[in-house]
Write a protein that binds this ligand. Structure first.
Ligand code: OAD
Length: 231
């Protein structure tokens, strides 16, 4: 089976009703990113940060995967699919994808502020001021904030370097190190990009653009890949 590696961003969840970050109407229009997604923001106003992620988590409980997520699950019948996502939602898992790596963490886990090895599954429950780990430290979302290291990036680079086909869906490719993963795609592997808008890709390579929303785009991709694999 060929290895299909898919890098996803917030656009893949847009048709499920979750906001992207930088589009018009995106989350960073309503919130100052440094207030809610940086360690400086956390030390300045912990309650605001907790509230921001508690709202996202509560919304996620009611949110279902869309055709893009389920289309990627279908592709597992023909390909060895690995998904590397920048998203903190769990919609790939809800859809049934088996190999999902979260680069920026996930809403359904909390982490100790005093001992990062202490991570807890919290489902869709809120984290409140005063909620602590067993060592007594305040809990925070298990999410990578701006300025913090991305612990999963080495694993993601290794997965990418084994791709036979690489697909990018619904990301503006402006946040590093995630955007830099494309440099690890082997020369022989074609790169497909699904996005309804123009995206500047930070690599000198031919890119097969599929200028569609994610749901339709994954459908188009499936047709192309299945046709190519049977020719
Ligand atoms: P952006 O908001 O930067 O980009 C969203 C992309 O999705 C854009 O290229 C849109 O054109 C595209 N898009 C919009 N609707 C779509 C649809 N229906 N189908 C397909 N694509 C669509 O979001 P990300 O690239 O995901 O990090 O942002 C990367 C990181 O920046 C996030 O993980 C988050 C954010 O700050 C952290 O919070 C650490």
């Amino acid at each position: 089976m060929k290895k299909l590696v898919v890098l996803t961003g917030s656009g893949v969840s847009s048709e499920s009703g979750l906001k992207t970050f930088r589009d018009s109407g995106g989350l960073w229009e309503d919130y100052d990113v440094m207030e809610v997604a940086s360690y400086a923001g956390w030390t300045k106003n912990r309650d605001l940060v907790l509230r921001f992620y508690n709202e996202r988590r509560a919304q996620l409980k009611e949110t279902m995967p869309n055709e893009a997520h389920t289309g990627l699950v279908d592709l597992e019948k023909k390909f060895d699919v690995s998904i590397i996502t920048q998203n903190v939602d769990n919609l790939h898992e809800k859809a049934g994808s088996r190999n999902v790596l979260h680069l920026h963490g996930i809403l359904t886990r909390a982490r100790s502020t005093g001992d990062p090895s202490l991570v807890y599954d919290i489902g869709y429950n809120p984290i409140r001021p005063g909620d602590t780990c067993e060592k007594g430290f305040q809990l925070r979302p298990d999410i990578v904030w701006f300025g913090e290291a991305v612990p999963a990036i080495e694993e993601a680079a290794s997965i990418t370097s084994h791709a036979d086909i690489f697909v990018v869906i619904g990301t503006s490719m402006v946040v590093y190190p995630a955007a830099g993963l494309i440099e690890y795609v082997p020369k022989h592997a074609p790169i497909y990009l699904i996005d309804p808008n123009e995206v500047t890709v930070p690599v000198y390579r031919h890119i097969h653009f599929i200028r569609e929303k994610a749901g339709k785009g994954v459908d188009v991709l499936k047709e192309i890949l299945i046709k190519e694999s049977s020719s």
